[in-house]
Design a protein around this ligand. Structure first.
Ligand SMILES: Nc1ncnc2c1ncn2[C@@H]1O[C@H](COP(=O)(O)OP(=O)(O)OP(=O)(O)O)[C@@H](O)[C@H]1O
Length: 738
């Protein structure tokens, strides 16, 4: 123990030094005296990189070193959250990064297949102090004993599983199991589906996989960023600390509702509306909605031009529309073709009238005069009003908003479900907006013209600066870092303008968050079964390389728009070119609780095989019947709230008002704060989360509250790491037995 303590202390000393150096480097980059704008930009980029390095060093304080592997040939390595090297010319490793290939035997070696290891050691630390060692002897011929042997090799894992929960997920870097390690380190190309029942570590594996991929394929992935999609903001808060604790910051965590920049989905859909909006067929519906906006006049539209009344005939507008559609360009881009056709037709009409030979001869007007007429028509607002009327420029918000206000393209029953005028955008609207944005395209000609104009102005400005600086070339600036370049430094105004242009210094994840058309290097989707077909269309657009990890459990599908099978999700995008792995061990829920929960899953599907719980606690779940629900729940809550952990009361929304006031620190209607000792949740909100103790209220009502109510109940029953109570007023749903 003493030796390990000395080693760990040395490692922290080195970490401190590295932090000091990193901090000094950050400071130095800010105070760096550079000549010119280029130097300033380089300084900012460098400062950003160094700041990221510093925050990575700061975030690995807890559990910096957690393992050691001793090879049969005498070589040994300590395993850390990040790699740390000595300050010698060879930069000898002190601790190797857990993701490095050399660390792999720490996770995979067994007595049967020791991978060259003699011994594996787990170090437990509190702060900077080593508090326990657990050794597994992998070479059975090795007679050396340290006194720290852990014959079953699972003491550290069991301690982690039994530890009190904090309301924030912890990383599992010290105890990743072999079946999980295989998934974490699978190559990043292609689609990998990770399926497993509740508590099998799917989320944990997904997060560690993100960290691993960024380590192993940093070149390819860091620039394009990794996106992790979770089911709701509370869940993202719950998992938010795992990646930083592994020293990774370059990941964007998001819900689907946050993936259309500029729109926040604060509204709520009814389950029926969510199901309709999520159907794959909505893509065709929206395409039809858009086609319906490309109209023609009936009868012909008169357009006043000076003293002439021109007519935009229906047939002409139809031809213009046909020609614009034939371009296959998105609507807003094809608009120019529609407009050109209409303008040419009106010009020809005007020329026919003005230049007509009364004796039926050739038109008097030459090509230049006709062109001039075209220009004059182009200046006529009435012409543009006509183009706008039949082929309007549209934003995604206009197209979807107008559609929802009057969804005539849907069958009546569906239309009634989604009809809405104004109001807040919902999560189900986001994929519709994204689809609309694709159909519409962005006519960025105005933006590009503005950019060109601005650039012209910059060049002119630069020219001015050049002349000025040449005139004052002997001037010495006192601050020593003047940004007015001298004529010797300068090449020409064009290059000066280049330098002057604002460089985007945001991280890849920040830029990705603000850009609807961003293509991510890899996307990880947690609770993937919850996403609708339309949400998948959105995500697949963000990942043209189809480098994806999907994590989920179809048996837990709760969203009315969710998918029932992986094939259904993936077939349209990759056919059958995807791999599938199953995790079969439940690390969260003790066997006693799982037995009760499995009954509910089996009631829906008798062939359902629940994951095998890795531990049992001897504590059976309590099922209490009462005629005073609120009082009984309050009593159960005071009994079940652990001194050192978290309790969740999971109840249908209809009961929240009554329950909230009776639970300590819980207010009705508040967004749940998962770090509080007691939280009140709807079953859907509990997805992906876990607590030491759980009280499930009125299970029959949970089941009857939605079409996927049995899945919701199954989720609720599998959230506890220690104890479960079920409180009801009589009548348990099918599969739940006392
Ligand atoms: N190898 C491991 N070592 C320590 N803890 C682990 C390990 N694997 C999983 N766990 C723990 O088990 C619990 C369940 O993991 P996780 O939430 O990732 O499961 P899940 O499969 O996503 O569950 P669900 O589908 O119910 O949301 C977490 O507390 C996680 O930290």
């Amino acid at each position: 123990m003493q030796n390990e303590q000395q080693f760990v202390s040395r490692l922290y000393e080195r970490l401190d030094t590295l932090r000091e150096q990193a901090e000094a480097a950050v400071q130095a980059s800010f105070t760096q005296v550079g000549k010119g704008i280029q130097a300033r930009l380089e300084r900012d980029v460098l400062a950003a990189e160094r700041t990221e390095r510093l925050s990575a060093l700061n975030s690995v304080e807890s559990g910096l070193c957690f393992g050691r592997i001793d090879f049969a040939d005498g070589i040994r390595h300590h395993i850390g959250r990040i790699g740390i090297r000595q300050d010698d010319p060879d930069r000898t490793p002190l601790a190797v990064d857990w993701r490095a290939p050399v660390a792999r035997p720490f996770y995979l070696a067994t007595g049967h297949s020791p991978m060259g290891l003699r011994r594996r050691r787990h170090l437990t630390t509190v702060g900077r102090t080593v508090t326990a060692l657990h050794d597994e002897v992998l070479d059975l011929t090795d007679a050396v004993r340290t006194g720290h042997e852990d014959p079953r090799g699972d003491a550290v894992l069991l301690a982690a599983l039994g530890a009190a929960r904090t309301g924030r997920m912890a990383d599992i870097v010290q105890t990743i199991q072999a079946e999980q390690d295989e998934i974490i380190r699978a190559p990043h190309r292609g689609v990998l589906v990770v399926e497993g029942g509740p508590g099998t570590g799917k989320t944990a594996v997904a997060l560690h996989r993100a960290a691993y991929l960024l380590y192993a394929y940093r070149e390819q992935l860091a620039r394009r960023a990794v996106l992790i999609v979770g089911p709701n903001p509370a869940f993202l808060g719950y998992i938010g600390e795992v990646l930083p604790s592994l020293g990774e910051t370059g990941v964007l965590l998001s819900t689907v509702g946050e993936l259309f920049p500029g729109v926040s989905a604060t509204g709520t859909d009814s389950p029926g509306a969510a199901a309709v909006k999520g159907r794959a067929g909505m893509a065709d519906v929206l395409a039809r909605v858009l086609r319906d906006r490309q109209t023609v006049p009936d009868p012909a539209l008169p357009i006043q031009h000076e003293r002439e009344t021109l007519l935009l005939e229906r047939a002409v507008a139809e031809d213009a529309r046909h020609c614009a559609r034939q371009t296959r360009l998105p609507h807003n881009l094809a608009r120019a073709h529609f407009g050109r056709f209409v303008l040419d037709a009106l010009t020809a009409q005007l020329a026919d009238r003005l230049g007509a030979d009364p004796y039926d001869g050739e038109n008097f007007l030459g090509p230049e005069e006709v062109e001039q007429l075209g220009r004059e028509l182009n200046d006529n607002p009435a012409v543009h009003a006509a183009i706008d009327a039949y082929w309007p420029y549209l934003t995604p918000q206009q197209l979807v908003g107008d559609f929802l206000a009057d969804p005539v393209q849907l069958p009546d029953a569906d239309a009634e479900l989604v009809r809405r005028t104004g109001g807040d955008w919902t999560v189900g609207d986001i994929p519709l907006l994204d689809e609309a944005a694709e159909l519409l395209g962005e006519d960025d000609r105005a933006a590009r013209a503005a950019a060109a104009r601005e650039r012209g102005e910059q060049v002119a400005y630069a020219q001015g600066v050049l002349e000025l600086s040449y005139g004052s070339r002997s001037f010495e600036f006192e601050d020593g870092e003047s940004e007015v370049l001298t004529a010797h430094d300068l090449i020409d105004a064009e290059r000066f303008a280049d330098r002057h242009e604002e460089t985007d210094r945001r991280s890849a994840a920040e830029r990705a968050a603000a850009d609807r058309t961003w293509a991510f290097g890899h996307i990880i989707v947690d609770e993937a079964q919850e996403l609708s077909a339309m949400a998948w269309r959105l995500l697949m657009r963000r990942c043209p390389t189809r480098s994806l990890t999907l994590v989920g459990d179809p048996a837990q599908t709760g969203d009315p728009a969710g998918c029932d099978s992986w094939r259904q999700i993936l077939d349209p995008y990759v056919g059958d070119r995807w791999s599938h792995v199953r995790l079969g061990v439940n690390y969260r829920t003790p066997a006693e609780i799982m037995e009760l929960a499995a009954g509910v899953a089996r009631a829906a599907d008798p062939s359902y095989e629940p994951p095998r719980s890795v531990r049992s606690t001897g504590v059976r779940p309590r099922v209490c019947v009462t005629d005073d629900l609120v009082r009984t729940v309050a009593e159960a809550a005071s009994l079940e709230t652990p001194d050192d952990g978290r309790l969740a009361v999971i109840a249908p929304r209809a009961l929240h008002e009554a329950l909230a006031g009776k639970l300590p620190g819980v207010l009705a209607g508040e967004e749940p704060d998962l770090t509080q000792p007691v939280v009140l949740l709807e079953p859907r909100q509990a997805k992906g989360l876990e607590f030491d103790s759980v009280i499930v209220v009125e299970p029959a009502l949970i089941v009857s509250s939605s079409a996927r109510g049995a899945s919701d109940l199954y989720v609720a029953l599998t959230r506890a790491t220690r104890s479960l109570a079920v409180v009801h007023t009589g009548g348990l749903p099918e599969g739940l037995v006392e």
